[in-house]
Design a protein around this ligand. Structure first.
Ligand code: FAD
Length: 440
């Protein structure tokens, strides 16, 4: 790709579930033929599909097998990748600026850089919302990035190793994990951790009893778990969680998290060595500082149904970082990989229309194809929604197969059918050769 100034410059900031699919499609459609200059900027060098992070955290998934190198992927798909973290925006000059990047020793590796654009797309995802609860930032683990999932995994292993090599009794809460938030992330993580506890013991840390020593608790402020899903599903999931020994506390508000546990509104103290906050999302602080672009109360960029930001036709935002209205629903489009995937596909058409000289842009309508919650290897529960089938409940093995196929769809969007098939076969074979749990 040459750096000619005449070409329409498309800059995408954030190469996640949505942004990387968009860059791939635009690269193939326009970059390859030299019709546009497509640049993807991300704060990290590799991509991993965010819905896999709880499996990375628990150790079931080795992230090295699933990560995509942005540089290599960009080369194969005719776009340019640059490492950078969104810092500021100049809408008049049509320039987006990335903060300097430091290396591990704190030395500047890449200086502050400016990227001029004709079309800017912001897709930097979301971060966990602590709702200002005291002690959360200092004492909780989050699952917003690969780095955090890796850190969690290491901490979990260290906790088990320490408990196994102890002299005498376990300390109070030494093997307790409390997850705050009973949405899909918290629940899926709890089920994975239940498995992990059994596997570490099977791999030799046999001074630990997974049933007596390890305690997994989910704390939810609302009256039910999985409030966004039908009651039949949440009750099925609840039953299964209790069956495998996960304690689920609903209607319990956490007021403060401290080093060795958390305090609730009713004055109860729940001891725990590891506290995971998975109770809601918000946009990163930088989004509120983008040259007057409108944000909502949780810091998402407010967009129109065309996914253009409300104050600037040349700037689009989508995925978790965008607040996109729905026509027949007072709620915004939910922050889900499904929505980011659909929006990326629509934006290819929108950008084609801009390159072709304008015209009316398509409007995004969220198509809910259903929701699935996986309980590790135990089972999965969910709904599937289709034009022909209507709303169908699924559970067990079939639901688990469909859940896995969601990731395959993302792989297909990135690599096409043949490479996806090869990846699936290779992973299956690698899975036979390595331990079922990542133990380092
Ligand atoms: C554990 C877990 C399980 C989930 N399970 C499901 C599920 O089963 N189904 C479902 O539909 N959804 C699920 N989700 C939600 C789903 O992951 C998100 O909705 C989806 O990833 C959003 O896509 P995105 O492209 O908006 O952002 P992301 O996929 O989060 O990507 C954001 C990208 O932006 C980059 N970035 C961040 N900040 C900056 C910055 N300042 N500058 C430059 N780059 C930046 C990041 O490195 C990342 O690559 C799950 C989420 C989690 C955490």
């Amino acid at each position: 790709m040459s750096d000619t100034a005449e070409k329409h410059r498309i800059v995408i900031v954030g190469g996640g579930a949505g942004g990387l699919e968009l860059a791939t499609k635009l690269g193939k459609k326009f970059g390859k033929k030299g019709l546009a200059d497509v640049t993807l900027v991300d704060a990290t060098l590799t991509h991993i599909w965010k819905p896999l992070l709880h499996e990375v955290a628990s150790g079931r998934r080795n992230p090295g097998e699933d990560e995509v190198s942005y540089l290599a992927h960009a080369r194969a798909n005719h776009f340019r990748f640059r490492l950078g973290r969104l810092e500021s925006l100049d809408r008049t000059g049509k320039v987006v600026t990335m903060a300097p990047i430091m290396d591990e020793d704190g030395r500047e590796m890449i200086p502050r850089r400016e990227f001029p654009y004709d079309t800017l797309v912001i897709s930097i995802g979301s971060i966990t919302n602590s709702f200002g609860t005291k002690g959360v930032d200092e004492n909780c683990v989050f699952l917003d990035s690969r780095k955090q999932a890796d850190r969690f995994h290491k901490r979990l292993l260290n906790t088990f190793l320490r408990a196994h090599s102890r002299v005498g009794e376990l300390e109070e809460g030494q093997l307790n994990v409390v997850i705050i938030g009973a949405g899909a992330t918290g629940i899926e993580l709890a089920a994975e951790l239940h498995n992990t506890a059994r596997q570490v013991v099977a791999y030799g840390l046999d001074k630990i009893s997974p049933d007596q020593d390890v305690k997994l608790t989910i704390v939810e402020a609302g009256p039910t778990i999985l409030p966004a899903l039908p009651e039949r599903i949440s009750s099925g999931v609840l039953k299964q969680l209790r069956h495998i020994g996960v304690e689920v506390l609903t209607g319990v508000k956490v007021t403060e998290v401290v080093e060795n546990g958390l305090n609730t509104e009713t004055g109860e103290f729940i001891p725990a060595a590891i506290k995971v906050w998975a109770a809601g999302i918000k946009g990163a602080d930088v989004l509120a500082k983008l040259d007057g672009l409108e944000v909502n109360r949780i810091n998402q960029l407010v967009v129109r149904p065309t996914l253009q930001t409300t104050h600037d036709d040349n700037i689009f935002a989508f995925g978790d970082c965008a607040a996109c209205p729905q026509k027949d629903n007072p709620r915004n489009v939910p922050p889900r990989a499904q929505a980011a995937h659909q929006q990326a596909s629509m934006l290819v058409k929108s950008i084609a229309s801009r390159l072709g000289g304008g015209g009316t842009l398509p409007e995004y309508v969220y198509k809910d194809h259903g929701s699935l919650v996986s309980l590790s290897e135990h089972t999965a529960f969910g709904t599937l929604m289709g034009n022909l089938t209507g709303d169908v409940m699924v559970s067990g093995r079939i639901a688990r197969i469909i859940y896995v196929s969601l990731y395959r769809m993302h792989l297909m969007a990135l690599h096409g059918p043949i490479a996806t098939m090869l990846k699936v076969v290779t992973q299956w074979m690698t899975g036979r050769l390595r331990p079922a749990l990542k133990l380092h």
